[in-house]
Design a binder for this molecule. Structure first.
Ligand code: ZN
Length: 142
């Protein structure tokens, strides 16, 4: 992805994040994810039904990178089955760890393809994923 396009995607998702709202609904699981090296402290709400992710929202304090990353993650995960979601998450992590990954999975997530160069920012980009992984584990152990 072109660097300028990537910056625009991050800015757009920061200024107009997808589903930034608190949820009060017992059909949602709530997980907290925070980053000690940044202001990031997010609650993530996820609704899973029959192993399909039906909805995700988030609320809390977060920097531009983690806000944009959360917004992009939400767009990419809603409607996915748990195995599909794990495949997406695996590829996003691989990209951030400078390992081989499949671009076709990531869509706007490719805006973070150079994030591995800045380890602080990388933790911000991965923050929502840490929350989702926790939520998926809780769901599967229910
Ligand atoms: Zn941050």
């Amino acid at each position: 992805m072109d660097k300028e396009v990537g910056r625009e995607i991050i800015l757009e998702n920061f200024q107009h994040p997808m589903h930034k709202e608190e949820i009060h609904d017992e059909n949602y699981q709530k997980v907290n994810t925070r980053n000690p090296n940044c202001i990031d402290n997010l609650d993530i709400y996820i609704k899973i039904n029959n192993d399909v992710i039906e909805d995700i929202s988030f609320m809390g304090e977060a920097c531009a990178i983690s806000t944009a990353s959360t917004s992009i993650m939400i767009k990419n995960l809603i409607g996915k089955t748990i195995p599909e979601a794990k495949e997406y998450i695996k590829n996003f992590y691989a990209m951030c760890d400078e390992e081989e990954y499949d671009e076709d999975f990531l869509n706007e997530g490719l805006a973070f393809q150079d994030i591995y160069k800045q380890s602080n920012r990388k933790n911000c980009a991965l923050l929502p994923y840490k929350g989702i992984i926790k939520a998926l584990e809780e769901y599967e152990n229910k």
